[in-house]
Design a protein around this ligand. Structure first.
Ligand code: ZN
Length: 255
């Protein structure tokens, strides 16, 4: 895809975006962050790992609040006043060496979004955030690589150059999904629900989906069995869990 085509896509997203103001919790800078207008977007589907797919816009791109003066970055869900020791960690480990990144305007290409997410992950690591927060950033990075990959079109019909690019994005997607899986497994053991906004059923479904994707069939089966027995799970959630189990059984090695 040419740069011009990429620009066209992000320009089309601009009508769904407004600038929301925040104050940077590290340097007090006034921030104007491209944000999706709620009510204007329409979700058309959800991927196997709960990635939401919207018409005309990839909303995942716009979920990081970023300060281009000090390098603060966090998912919207985790934005807020910082405890003093956390603020000091960010000043020392991020702000001290921060170099501003390009400001593209009101809408982002995948590269713009990824730069902000990578910074959010670095921030979370620097201020010793919970596993769940790092896992949530990682899964969304995986989703961005998937979005970038899908924006290239049908892999069976693309040029060798685009196909090589597609494969590289696919590899990065899996790298971050695996990181997310490990992080959510650790969070499930060490944190109390709701975890990253998910109740136990939703979290177990997501971990099972990721385990199944990486052929960790035993772990996935155990989590699915738990969902099927759970009083908290709705009949719709149980149906989805049964579908996942059926799909997984087709791929499991026969004994
Ligand atoms: Zn700042």
């Amino acid at each position: 895809m040419s740069d011009e085509e990429k620009k066209k896509i992000s320009d089309a997203e601009a009508e769904y975006i407004f600038l929301k103001s925040y104050t940077c919790p590290v340097c007090e800078n006034k921030l104007y962050v491209p944000t999706v207008k709620s009510g204007k977007t329409r979700m058309i589907s959800q991927d196997w790992d709960l990635r939401p797919v919207f018409k005309n816009i990839d909303t995942v791109k716009y979920d990081v609040i970023h300060c281009n003066r000090c390098g603060y970055a966090a998912l919207t869900r985790y934005y807020g006043v910082l405890a003093k020791p956390h603020k000091e960690l960010l000043l020392e480990k991020i702000a001290a060496n921060y170099k501003p990144i390009p400001e593209p305007g009101d809408s982002f290409t995948y590269a713009d979004a990824l730069a902000r997410y990578m910074l959010a992950l670095k921030n979370a690591e620097a201020r010793l955030a919970h596993d769940s927060e790092k896992a949530m950033i990682s899964i969304k990075i995986g989703w961005l690589y998937r979005g970038a990959k899908q924006s290239l079109g049908d892999p069976d019909k693309m040029s060798p150059e685009d196909k090589a690019n597609y494969d590289a994005l696919d590899k990065k997607e899996n790298e971050y999904l695996e990181k997310a899986m490990e992080g959510f497994i650790a969070a499930r053991m060490n944190e109390a629900p709701p975890i990253a906004g998910m109740n136990e059923v939703v979290l177990d479904f997501l971990i099972a989906a990721l385990c199944s994707h990486f052929n960790r069939f035993e772990d996935a089966s155990r989590l699915i069995a738990g969902i099927l027995q759970s009083k908290q799970a709705s009949s719709q959630q149980k149906d989805k869990a049964r579908d996942m189990l059926a799909e997984m059984r087709e791929r499991m090695p026969k004994q």
